[in-house]
Every structure is written in C-alpha cells, then in structure tokens.
Design a binder for this molecule. Structure first.
Ligand SMILES: [Ca+2]
Ligand SMILES: [Ca+2]
Length: 232
C-alpha cells in the first residue's frame, strides 16, 4: 500500500491541512475584523436618540428623529426597558407599529459601485405584557427591508410565547448605484394595531476593497511558505 501511494500525487499531510485551516481562519478573522473596523454609515442606528424619558418605558416622537424619517405612519415609537424587555444594543429600540403601521428611512451617502454590509437586529414583540388581552393579538410581527427602493427581504416572527425580546441579527451584502441610497424599514406585521416588529443596532459598513484582501492573502501565503521552509 505504501509503495502505490508514493506513485500517486502526495496526499496532503496533517501539517499541510493544519496550515491550510489556520490560513483560512486567519483570512476569515482578518476579514471580519476589517469589516467591524469600518465606520457605521447609519446615523442613530441604535435608536438611542431622542432618549425616552417616560417612566413607562416607551414614548412617541414626532417625525423626524435624528437620522430617521417616516415613509408612512404617524409617530415614531421608541422603547427603553418597557416591561423589563432588553435592547439588542445600547438602551433603546424602535417599534415599527407605533399607533399604526409605520415605515422609516434614512438617506445614506454612498459610492456608486461600492459594496456594503447591512446588518440589524429584529425581534417580534413579546406578548408577555398581556397584548392578547387588549385586542393586540396578531399572527406575526414583521419587517420589510428596502435598499434603494428595492425589497431586500421580509422577516416575520411570532412573539406569542416570548417573555422578553428575542433578537436575531440579519446581514446582507448590498451594492450602491448612486451617491445617496435610501435604507428603509417597513412594518410587515399581519395587521396595523399599534403592536409590531422591533428593530435595533442597524449598521452599514463598506466591504474592505479587494486590494486589501489580496494583500492579506499574500501575507498568509508568505506565512505558510516560511513555515514550510522552517519545517525542512
Ligand atoms: Ca439600541
Ligand atoms: Ca401590528
């Protein structure tokens, strides 16, 4: 067996596989840290302004608030510790069904042709505040995400068994076609009833340019080569 194996292409050694895995992990980690180091282009993406001062933990604000404007709906509702529920980031989050269904948007300066990573947290509204008892029951809460007027995705969730916010993060790669791009979130719940989807921690960052990723990859190849030389 040993003899025939020698005549074939050499099987990757354990060390070679380890180096490959280490290199791939190194690239992935550096890519992620390069992305996270980018500036968040979304203004007030965590909905921390204006600060909710109502002791009940929720407040309705007139349109607009810092960074965000209504595309439809009447008021902008922010919550802060309402019913003991937790934010995804900071202290506050936004409810997309305030008095009635609402949509909010922000026009962001972008570079045509550039790729960005959009990320945000979504939670259906928990029913633990007795929502079902005061006519608030609906099958699901939801959010529709629009980039430059096009629907990117629609996410729905059932909060009927939740006792606290249940945040999930959603990430998209988007490309800008103009120097100003509209990012919009619309309520996509079953009914307009003043109970709806929560969003928080919205970010948009530039994807690191291919040139810097190539430099990274070159660095990894160099590292692997040095290891091989040392191993001989
Ligand atoms: Ca927040
Ligand atoms: Ca609703």
């Amino acid at each position: 067996m040993r003899e025939s194996r020698r005549n074939c292409a050499p099987a990757p050694t354990h060390m070679a596989r380890l180096v490959f895995v280490a290199a791939a992990s190194f690239i992935a980690l550096n890519f992620l840290s390069a992305v996270s180091a980018q500036t968040n282009l979304v203004n007030n993406g965590s909905f921390e302004e204006p600060a909710v001062s109502d002791p009940n933990g929720y407040e309705f604000f007139s349109d607009p608030i810092p960074g965000w404007q209504l595309s439809f709906g009447d008021l902008i509702e922010l919550q802060r510790g309402y019913s003991g529920w937790s934010p995804a980031d900071g202290s506050q989050w936004l409810e997309l069904d305030s008095n009635i269904s609402a949509g909010i948007y922000q026009d962001i300066q972008t570079t045509p042709g550039e790729t960005y990573i959009l990320r945000f947290a979504f939670s259906p509204r928990p029913w633990s505040d007795g929502r079902a008892n005061f006519g608030g029951a609906e099958e699901y809460d939801g959010v529709r995400i629009l980039w430059d007027g096009e629907i990117l995705d629609t996410i729905t969730g059932d909060g009927s068994t939740l006792t606290n916010n249940f945040w999930t993060y959603h990430t998209y790669m988007v490309v800008a076609t103009g120097s100003l791009t509209r990012l919009e979130f619309q309520d996509a719940g079953a009914i307009s009833n003043s109970y709806g989807a929560f969003i928080d921690d919205v970010s948009l960052v530039v994807v690191p340019e291919p040139a810097s990723l190539l430099a990274l990859a070159a660095g990894v190849v160099g590292l692997a080569a040095r290891r091989r030389t040392r191993g001989r």
